[in-house]
Structures are given as C-alpha cells and as structure tokens.
Design a protein around this ligand. Structure first.
Ligand code: MEV
Length: 313
C-alpha cells in the first residue's frame, strides 16, 4: 500500500459439495485453495489504462471479448472510486489454471478490485468487494451464485446459501483431499445455462429433485466435516457425482479420473466447480493413500494434482 502502487491477491477455491445446486438456493460447502493464487499489481501508466495478463497485453479498451468480465471489474472499481479518467497499468500473474472450476474468473476480479482500492488507499469492505465481483461474474457465468466470489476472497471454509449470511466451517476431518486437473477447459457458463434449461424443461420435476438432493448432501456434508466422518463424506461425494452426471455436467475425462481414484482406495470422488472439464476431487484416508491416488490420477491423464489436508492444520 503506497502512493502509485497497489497490490491485491486472491486464491483458488474448491467446491466440496453443492456446485450448480447452489445457484438454485441450495446449500454448498467450499474451501479456499491457497495452493493456487492470483496477484494483480497497479501502477500509473503513461498511456490510457493498460493490462498485462496471460491472455492479453495492451489497452483495456481493446481487450478481447473473452476478458469482458475483467474489463468490467476495472471499470466498475474506477467508476465507484470516482477515478474513471485515470491512466493505470495493471499486471496480473496467476497460478490458478483458467476455466478449471477453481474460480479463476472470480479470483482475478477479486485480486484486481483489491489492487485498485489499494492503489487509491481506500478501504474495501467485503460487501463492496462481493458487489463489484458479482457484476463481473454475471458476465463470466451468466447466473452466478456468488460462491466463487466469496471463496476466492476468503481464507476459511464456508457453508454458503445464496443470499444468506455465510457460515464459517471448522475443518476437522482426518483425511486428505486430492485435487486433479483434467487439463480440459471447463465451460461453467454453458454448464450453468444447460442445467438451467433442464430445471425449466418439461421434465423439470425430475431435475428439481436432483438439485434438492444435491442440497441435502451438501447440508449433511457440513456435519461430516465438523464431526470427523470421512467415510460418510466420501459416500456423499459419490452420490453427488452421480447426480451431477445426470444433470449433464460431468465429462468423459472427469468420469475416468473419478473411476481411477475410487479404484485406488479413495473414499469418495466427484467433479468440482462448473464441470464439463476442469477439476475433480478425491478423498483419501491419509497422506500416503492420497499420494498413491494422485499418482494414479496422473497416470490416467490428470495434468496436475494437489493434496489438501482436511484436518484444518
Ligand atoms: C462454479 O464454480 C460453481 C457453480 O455452482 C456456479 C455458481 O455457483 O455460480 C457451477
């Protein structure tokens, strides 16, 4: 925090339970994933406002449509602060794989909003941050629940129901989570829209029931996490994967990784995030078993794997 320099960061997120159903007001459980991070730095520019990120380097006014949500976050932040005519130079660096269900679009918006507020030395409340990121997420995801914005700006796990106060969760599970990246780009916007069509179709009763069941599984999972019931959480994850596949948001690659994890002793496995590519998660009893599962997942085609202690230590 200094004059002529601002910095902001955000982390990836992993949805344990409740992706997609959270959009319809059902509960969800998610954890911040600090193994992957995004950082935005802001300085003064000689020209009109510029941005330097993995996908583009140049004037923000010429940014490709793909980055429309990031452009929006910059515009809204500057307008809110009354500095829309200023010339800034933004640099974004990231270790969050893009479009893999880890919340990269929300994370870049969180880091960038924080960096702009830091540049002007203005305090940013969480409500204001979530409001601004929500506007950009609407462009990125169409109908965002707000979960990604919350989790990429958070350092603790949350139980989240859209529109309700979010409830912190204390992790207390003797288990290790394996996260694996299919390497395939997920299509959250399309996946959210396609679930939306099913939920509003002639068969809506069937799909609404599945959404409800996903919500019930997420609700129970909160208790399993807090009361150290890894086996029950694993079963709930498997049940959720079946429902998510029935909603049409799994993929061949995700299914293959889920099967591989389960055949290597995982207690449960499912996709995480928007699906149709992106990442999956598997629950292991301990670090040694998690390492074996991670290796099997890489042999099955995962492009990267991470381990996450669920004991909260
Ligand atoms: C995407 O990370 C999570 C979804 O539930 C969408 C959302 O919550 O906005 C698929």
């Amino acid at each position: 925090m200094s004059i002529n320099h601002g910095v902001g960061s955000a982390n990836g997120k992993i949805i344990l339970m409740g992706e997609h159903s959270v959009v319809y007001g059902e509960p969800s459980v998610a954890i911040p994933f600090p193994a992957t991070q995004i950082k935005t730095e802001v300085t003064t520019a000689q020209t009109e406002t510029t941005i330097d990120c993995l996908f583009y380097k140049g004037l923000i006014n010429d940014m490709p449509e793909l980055l429309e949500s990031l452009k929006k976050v910059i515009e809204v932040s500057l307008t809110t602060l009354g500095h829309s005519d200023d010339h800034l130079a933004l640099t974004v660096t990231s270790t969050i794989p893009a479009e893999r269900g880890m919340g990269s679009s929300a994370a870049v918006a969180v880091a960038t909003t924080r960096a702009i507020y830091d540049f002007y030395d203005v305090e940013l409340t969480q409500d204001e941050l979530l409001r601004i990121v929500g506007i950009s997420e609407k462009i990125a995801h169409g109908n965002p629940s707000g979960l990604d914005a919350l989790m990429t700006s958070s350092s603790i796990p949350y139980y989240y129901v859209k529109g309700q106060p979010f409830i912190p969760i204390s992790l207390n599970l003797d288990a290790v989570l394996v996260v694996a990246d299919t390497g395939m780009t997920g299509q959250t916007k399309e996946a959210v829209a396609s679930v939306g069509k099913k939920v509003a179709s002639n068969n809506q009763a069937i799909y609404q029931a599945k959404i409800k069941q996903l919500g019930e599984l997420a609700k129970a999972s909160r208790t399993y996490l807090e009361e150290n019931q890894a086996d029950k959480l694993g079963i709930a994850m498997n049940d959720a994967q079946v429902l998510l596949a029935e909603l049409g948001v799994s993929s061949l690659e995700l299914d293959a990784l889920v099967i591989s994890a389960l055949s290597h002793n995982a207690i449960g496995a499912k996709l995480t995030g928007g699906g149709r590519g992106g990442c999956m998660i598997a629950l292991a009893r301990n670090r040694a078993e998690a390492t074996i599962i991670a290796q099997a997942l890489e042999e099955t085609g995962a492009k990267a794997t991470w381990l996450y202690e669920m004991s909260g230590k």
